[in-house]
Design a protein around this ligand. Sequence first.
Ligand SMILES: CC(C)(COP(=O)(O)OP(=O)(O)OC[C@H]1O[C@@H](n2cnc3c(N)ncnc32)[C@H](O)[C@@H]1OP(=O)(O)O)[C@@H](O)C(=O)NCCC(=O)NCCS
Length: 300
Amino acid sequence: MRRQAQRNARGRRWEWLGAGWLAAGYRPDAVSTCTIPTCPPEWLCGAATEPMWWLAHGEHEVPATLDWLSPRELAVLQAIRFRKRYVEFVTRRWTAKRALAHVLGREGSPTVLAGLEIAHQIGGAPFVRVDGATAAIDVSLSDRAGWAVCLVGPPAADDGPLGVDLELVEPRTEGFVADFFTTAEREFMARLPAGDAWDAAANLIWSAKEAALKVLKVGLRADTRDVEVTLGADERPDGWVAMIVTARDGTVFPGWWRRDGQFLLTIASVAPREPPALLDGGADLGRAEPIHSWLGAPLV
Ligand SMILES: CC(C)(COP(=O)(O)OP(=O)(O)OC[C@H]1O[C@@H](n2cnc3c(N)ncnc32)[C@H](O)[C@@H]1OP(=O)(O)O)[C@@H](O)C(=O)NCCC(=O)NCCS
C-alpha cells in the first residue's frame, strides 16, 4: 500500500493510506469513532468529530414561487437574462438553503429559507448569512446539467473553506487533457483504455481541480495545472473514494470523489475529514438524467 506523509498549511500531519487521509498525532483515548477501516489505533481520522453533509436537487424540484429567496438574491435573479444562468442560480440556491436548514435544525418554510442567504465574497466564493448576520458555517455549491449539489461544513468549525464540484461523464478530447492537465495527470490518463473509463477519469480530474480551486477561492482564474490530482481507488461502502489535490507550493487538499450514474462529485477541503453524510429529502444522483431545459427557451 502506498504511504505518503504530508503536512498541511496549518501544520497538521497526515498520512495517505490509499483508502483515506488519516490525521496523525492524536492519542488513542481521544478517538471517539473512526469509520475508515485501515485506520490504525494510534491515529484519529481527522474528521471523525467534525461531520460534513451534502444534498442534491434537480431543477424540476425548485418551487415556482420565489418567496424563499432573500431580497438580495431576488435582485441578483432579476438581473439574469439567460435562462440557463437563471435555472442554475435558483437550483443552487434551493439546494443550499434546504441543506443549511437541515444542518442548522431549522424548518423549511419559505420565510425561514429566505433568511438563510448564500452571499458572495469578492471573487465569487460563497458565505452564509442567517437572518442578515454572517454565519460561521462553510458551504460550497455546484451544478451541472439541471442538478445542483451543496456541501455544508460543521457549524462554527474553523478548519477552512470547502470545495465541491459536480460534473457529467461526457466525452473529452486528448487536447483537453493536454491543455489543462499536469504531466503526471497526462501520464495517468495515457495508461487508461479509451471509452468510459478514460472519459470518467478526464472529467473526474477536472472536477477535483475545480473543487480544490474553490477551496483556494480563485476558481478558474488559476491555471488548472497549478493543482495536481491523485485519485484513490478503494471505494468505501458508502461510495466515496479518497483523493488528494496538491498545489505547486506543496499544500495538500484532501478530499473525496464518487460516481453516481452519469454524474461525478468531488469535494476538497483544507483539513482531512470524513466524507460528507447525505441529507434526507434530496435527489438521487445515481438515477438522475441530465436536464438541458434552457435549450428550448434561452432567454428569461
Ligand atoms: C468557481 C468556478 C470555477 C465555478 O464555475 P462553474 O463550474 O461554472 O460553476 P459551479 O456550478 O461548479 O459552481 C458555481 C458556484 O461556485 C462558487 N464560486 C464562484 N466563484 C468562486 C470562488 N472564487 N471560490 C469558491 N467558490 C466560488 C459559487 O458559490 C457559485 O455558485 P453561486 O454563484 O450560486 O453562489 C467559476 O465560477 C470561476 O472560475 N469563478 C472565478 C473566476 C470568474 O469569475 N471567472 C469568470 C468566468 S471565466
